[in-house]
Ligand binder design. Structure first.
Ligand code: TXE
Length: 499
């Protein structure tokens, strides 16, 4: 057995999965093999599904939607299944965390924390399933009553990325299920295991066949086919802005399916001179390094008040140098491997570009050789100008660019100088500044004197080119519904045609 120094063991042979349609497992004809990005050993094999497999999955989801076996249940019964799923996640927490580590490269301690968040998502969605409601108009006159009925939108396609394979899945699936919709999920090809494990847990919890289906395979074939599918009513896509755009085209060219999009970010973290600089520096180091910066809400642009900028950068540099990069199974590790070879090349390319464009490298700036796997040191560039590539583009790695400002107006302008608007953070002890900046910076999530805080009660999503719609919370259930306006007349009709 391949046992690591810290006692964790790697699989002798890759774990093989089928794909999951209509409540049953199906074998693939062809396979995608995943290698652990931290250990360079094969860990999983998942089917490369065909378009016919996808059609079968969509047909199963359609049948399960139309037969009312899910949408027709009382919210309380849907809630009971979601709560049993939460229990199932608790029981299988270590197993799910292990496969997240092996496929994604994130630290085991972090993966376990993410699963706790996922459990909370199912619990919050269970409450929402019971509380979902429409509205009524009792002010249309004595003869007319108006009702707004919320109805599930139908069959949902869900395409998820590799950076938080299970977390992003669970920020959506329970809310989609709470609404009464059925779904077909296409996880990223490199991180499909935990999406498939969820199928088992949902089935054990009593989910009817056909409600949750998973097809695995490449984005370009299966993902694209799902986006184009004429019998899918809504698509929720999380990933790159480029593919998000192609989903918009696919919808326009097929059946005008509704879209939910969570795309890229270039998120500002603003530090005023009056902030607790040590707290702020810790948050900045966390905000750019968490999940090796492969995080859509990672705070990748530091915007710091000029009077304290050099002092702040030196506190921050000292902290970033202490971040423990290493084997994700080591409990001391704070950041693990870069998940894909392509992403590793992209990040190193941006680091080289930052050096060439004349930004000042304050720390990091290199790949880390740990004998196996792919790792990158947390990296800080200062004296970054707005036209540089590292200032404008989503790097999706542990690479932070620092900008300096003199006035709150200037801080707001720099923060908004991006096509994205996913998240922002702000550090100050001055309430006026905090409120002014919070209200003026265009971002879907905002953190004041904190970073990446919050639970599944609050919705997530982006402004500008970071996306459309919201996931999680009550709004996250409403996204998957549509409203029907109903008018009911009482007291007989006033005739149009005289009798
Ligand atoms: O993403 P893709 P990639 C950003 C980040 C990263 C860049 C590229 O900047 O460097 O995207 O990553 C599926 N039709 N984010 O190339 O390709 C794919 O199989 C339908 C930010 O890996 O967008 C996977 O399931 N689907 C982001 C999912 O899309 C397609 C998270 C995401 O992969 C498809 C990930 C197609 N034509 C990357 N092509 C975030 N917002 O958190 C691919 N896919």
């Amino acid at each position: 057995m391949n046992i690591m120094a810290n006692g964790a063991h790697l699989p002798e042979t890759p774990r093989e999965f089928g794909f999951f349609v209509d409540g049953a497992w199906h074998a693939g004809q062809d396979w995608f093999e995943r290698t652990s990005p931290s250990h360079d050993v094969p860990v999983t094999r998942v089917p490369r599904c065909t378009k016919e497999d996808l059609d079968t999955a969509v047909a199963a989801a359609r049948r399960a939607f139309e037969d009312r076996s899910w949408a027709g249940l009382p919210g309380a019964e849907r809630a009971a299944i979601l709560l049993r799923t939460a229990e199932g996640l608790r029981r299988r927490r270590d197993e799910i965390a292990r496969w997240e580590v092996l496929e994604n490269g994130k630290p085991l301690t972090q993966a376990r924390g993410e699963i706790d968040h996922c459990i909370a998502c199912f619990e919050v969605a269970a409450g929402a399933a019971r509380l979902m409601r429409g509205d009524s108009f009792n002010n249309l006159g004595d003869n007319l009553l108006g009702l707004l009925l919320r109805e599930p939108i139908g069959v949902v396609g869900l395409i998820t990325p590799w950076n938080f394979p299970f977390l992003i899945l669970c920020e959506r699936v329970p809310f989609i299920l709470a609404s009464g919709c059925t779904l077909v999920v296409k996880p990223a090809e490199v991180t499909s295991a935990t999406t498939l494990i969820l199928a088992d847990i949902l089935t054990e919890a009593g989910l009817p066949p056909g409600v949750y289906n998973v097809v695995t395979g490449s984005g370009r074939t299966i993902g694209q086919a799902l986006a184009e599918h004429p019998d899918v009513d809504m698509l929720s896509f999380t990933g790159s802005t480029g593919v998000g755009r192609s989903c918009v085209h696919a919808s326009a060219d097929s059946n005008l399916k509704k879209l939910g999009l969570e795309l890229g970010g270039k998120n500002p973290i603003i530090v005023f001179a009056d902030a607790n600089l040590h707290d702020a520096a810790d948050a900045v180091a966390f905000g750019i390094s968490f999940n090796t910066g492969q995080c859509c809400v990672s705070s990748s642009r530091l915007i710091v008040e000029r009077s304290v900028a050099r002092e702040f950068e030196s506190i921050l540099t000292a902290k970033m140098k202490k971040i423990r990069v290493g084997d994700p199974f080591d409990p001391e590790t704070q950041i693990g491997a870069i998940t894909t070879d392509a992403q590793n090349r992209t990040i190193l390319g941006y680091i080289a570009q930052g050096k060439e464009e004349g930004a000042t490298l304050l720390c990091g700036g290199e790949a880390l050789d740990l004998g196996r796997g792919q790792f990158i040191q947390p990296t800080l560039f200062s004296d970054v100008t707005p036209s540089m590539g590292i200032a404008r583009e989503e790097i999706f790695g542990p690479v932070l660019s620092s900008f300096h400002f003199d006035t709150p107006e200037e801080a707001i302008a720099i923060a908004n100088d991006t096509v994205y608007g996913l998240a922002a953070s702000l550090w100050t002890r001055d309430l006026d500044k905090a409120l002014t900046v919070t209200r003026r910076v265009r971002a879907g999530r905002f953190w004041v004197n904190t970073i990446m805080a919050g639970g599944p009660e609050t919705p997530i999503g982006g402004f500008k080119q970071s996306g459309w719609g919201r996931e999680s919370g009550l709004l996250g259930v409403e996204e998957y519904t549509q409203v029907k306006s109903v008018h009911i007349e009482t007291g007989g009709r006033t005739h149009w045609i005289a009798s």
